[in-house]
Design a protein around this ligand. Structure first.
Ligand code: NDP
Ligand SMILES: O=C(O)C1=N[C@H](C(=O)O)C[C@H](O)C1
Length: 247
């Protein structure tokens, strides 16, 4: 497969370029960053693109890829329901093109989300704390948002009510952001890479589920798995777990 990388000189994009060059079955044909022309993907004959850029530019990149029938494996964050609907609309006009949006490509993070959703109905309280490097563009992280949505869905399905919280006074922001009724807190600390805790609590006990990405190499096996599967999955897929055999 002929692969192009968008965000090729970034922290994750540069790791992805290395991984694609080293992996069997892939050829890195275009390494495109902010100063380069995206048309390089077409002139190089890229069949699939990996995007690790920025939430502000990723939709333009995907419109270009879909218009040119190039599959896309996307790690960039910033996808809400409106953006996903827009992608579905574009893909309706390109029925053989696949787009994978993966909030997190590390296997441990995918399992952490799955374990959190499984535990969520059994506890009255649950909060998400994400911890990242201070050069991260967005807050909360895409992974934290997705985790909160999965937890909320699991609680709804099980008929669990809102999390208890008697806070009635204090400083704005002290209780974090609220995603689908779940509180999400973001820390930005030099030295960190990507980390998350889900803290669940019931009477007399807590359960903490923690995942740590200690190196950005943790994302590349998932990206390669996404590339291997994308041509067989036309349309929009949200979450790498749909391409993995986890059961
Ligand atoms: N799903 C996952 O598993 C993961 C997702 N991410 C997400 O990936 C994204 C990138 O993260 P990270 O690598 O840390 O960020 P970086 O800022 O290190 O890298 C982004 C790169 O993209 C470049 N860029 C900006 N605009 C364009 C454009 N239009 N075309 C091509 N390249 C462009 C930037 O250039 P310049 O600096 O000059 O603007 C920069 O080199 C974030 O949204 C992050 O949250 C990160 C880790 C894992
Ligand atoms: O910006 C990062 O670094 C990361 N971004 C993704 C996110 O926002 O969830 C994935 C991981 O947390 C690293």
């Amino acid at each position: 497969m002929r692969v192009g990388v968008l965000g090729a000189r970034g922290k994750v994009g540069s790791e992805v370029c290395r991984a694609v060059e080293e992996a069997d079955g892939f050829e890195l044909v275009a390494a495109v960053d902010a100063d380069d022309d995206i048309d390089a993907l077409v002139s190089a004959g890229a069949q699939a693109v990996v995007d690790f850029t920025h939430p502000d530019v990723v939709m333009d990149n995907l419109e270009f890829c879909i218009d040119h029938g190039i599959h896309a494996v996307v790690g960039t964050t910033g996808f809400d329901d409106a953006r996903l609907d827009t992608l579905r609309g574009w893909l309706a006009g390109a029925p053989s093109t696949g787009v994978l949006i993966a909030p997190n490509f590390s296997i441990g993070a995918i399992l952490m989300m799955r374990f959190a959703a499984a535990a969520a109905p059994f506890y009255e309280s649950v909060e998400v704390v994400e911890l990242h490097h201070p050069t991260k563009a967005d807050a909360p992280s895409g992974t934290a948002r997705r985790t909160a949505e999965l937890i909320a869905a699991a609680r709804r399905e099980a008929g669990v009510g809102p999390v208890p919280d008697a806070t009635s006074t204090g400083l704005d922001g002290a209780r974090g952001a609220v995603v689908d009724g779940i509180h999400v807190h973001g820390l930005r600390v030099r030295g960190l890479v990507a980390h998350q805790e889900v803290i669940l609590g019931g009477v007399g006990e807590t359960l903490t589920i923690r995942h740590d990405s200690l190196d950005r190499a943790s994302f590349t096996p998932g990206v390669l798995a996404g590339l291997r599967a994308i041509a067989d999955h036309p349309g929009l897929t949200v979450g790498l777990e749909h391409f993995l055999d986890l059961d």
